[in-house]
Structure formats: C-alpha cells, structure tokens
Design a protein around this ligand. Sequence first.
Ligand SMILES: [Zn+2]
Length: 301
Amino acid sequence: MKKTFKKSVIFGIAVVLFISITIGILLFNTNIGDNKIIQLSAQSSRQMMGYIIITKNNNLIVIDGGTTEDTENLVKQIKNNGGQVDAWFLTHIHDDHVGAFTEIINNESINVKKIYVSINEFQWYEENEPTRIEFTNKVFDLLSEENIKQKIEEVFLNQIITIDNIKAEILGIKNPEITQNAGNEQSMVIKFDSGKTTFLVLGDTGENSSKKLLEKQKDKLKSNIVQMAHHGQAGATEELYNEIKPNICLWPTPEWLWNNDAGQGENSGEWKTFETRNWMKELKVNKNYVSKDGDLTIKIK
Ligand SMILES: [Zn+2]
C-alpha cells in the first residue's frame, strides 16, 4: 500500500515536470522564433516616421526615428529592447525622419554600432532645398564628428546588409538628378527579408523615384509588408504599389492626415491620403497599421 502511494507520488511529480518543461520549451521557442517591427507614433502633432525591427536574437535595427519631439519615446523603445542599435538606416535627412536621431546619436546610454546613409554633397542641398538648409547643416556637422563618422556607411544599389537573421537589400539610393520634390526623392529604399517575410521601406519616395524603381528593380519589389511612402499621401505611385502588392500596410500617418482633416473635419484638407487608402482597398490589403493608433508592435515570421 505504502509502496504504491510512493510510486504514484513519483509518477505525479514526473508528469508535472514533463508538462512544465514542455510548456517552457514551447514558450521559449515562440519568443526566439519571432521578429518584430515596432511602428512608432508621433509624440507631437507633426507627421513623422520611425521603425524598430527586432531580430530573432534581439538585434536592433532602427529606421529613421521621427522628429526631435519624438526623441524621448524613441530612447524609451530602444532601451526597452536592450539599448544597443546594431544598424541605423536613415532614409533621407528631413527633420521629420532624422530629428530624433540628431538628439540621440550623442546620447552615451545608447550604443549605435552602424549608420547607413545615402546622402548627396552639401552643395546639392544648398541648391535644391535652401529652405531646409539650417537643419541640413546640423546633420552634416553631426555626421562629420569623428566618433560618428567612423560608424557611417554610404550604401550602394543592391548592396545586401545582414543583421542577425535579417537581410536588408538596398533597392533605392539618392537620386541627385531628381530636383523636383528634391529631398524626398533622395529616399533610400530598403527591402528587409527574414526568410519568411519581406518588409519594404520606401521613406518619402515620390513620383519620379517610383518610376526609377519600376525600371530598375521591378522583379524585386513584391513584398508582404510595405511602409506607405511619404506618410501615405502624394508619395509613391499607384503603379509602384501594384507591383509591391502588399498584404500588410504600415502607415506613418497621424490622425489628421489619415482623415485628410485640415481642422474642419474629414476631407477638409488637400492631402491625397484617401486616394492612397482607396488604392490599398483595391489591392485587397489584409491589414493597415496606422501610427495614429499609437506605437504598434507587429510580430512577423
Ligand atoms: Zn517625411
């Protein structure tokens, strides 16, 4: 009688242990099996763009980051995810994209290993974007600081950069010959690939660089996830989106812009957001993640 009881207890403990270990392994595996994309939301009323990709083994990739007003939130997100940026991609040097970067890059509590850019000579910006020259000057000064300079790499077309399990292919670089909508049309275009999911970042790509992408990279454009160009309006063309054929759209778009609201309610503005929203409806996109809804984390395989 006593022996049987002892056996049952041992058997019981073994069963509990087995179940706990199995659950533990399953949980651990789902944690390391996923990559994540965090879409950052605007911390001011201005439009902005910022993304963090967290790789399988918790390496961090930052794309742009937003305005100076978005600095605190970006620092918080980076620190919550380990505090080290393995690769920082700057699509173009407008302040709604790299304002926060200029504040953070000298922050000693964050370690940035590599910075990827595609930037013209200063003179090009003087000639083509004179109204933005003060901020451009600030960026150039920062990037020429000795400790930062050594981390910068100017990317080239179809370069592949590997960060942990993620491959980033550069599909678009600066286009100095495009001088209309000049600054936006210099946007770096990056295709991130986890092996199972592709994520295309367009920055503020406009009409002319859309054409160029269709000419030069047509067979590489198809992607599961796309970042909507130029905050979702007056950016990339319908033809480009038709070629990308996304299932999921990430919109770096505040509420007023999402609703084309200039202050008098829906559609009181002159932005083209509804046009782009309709294109995505026609493409039967499964899911739209819009930054007006706050910081969003998207788990991907
Ligand atoms: Zn922008």
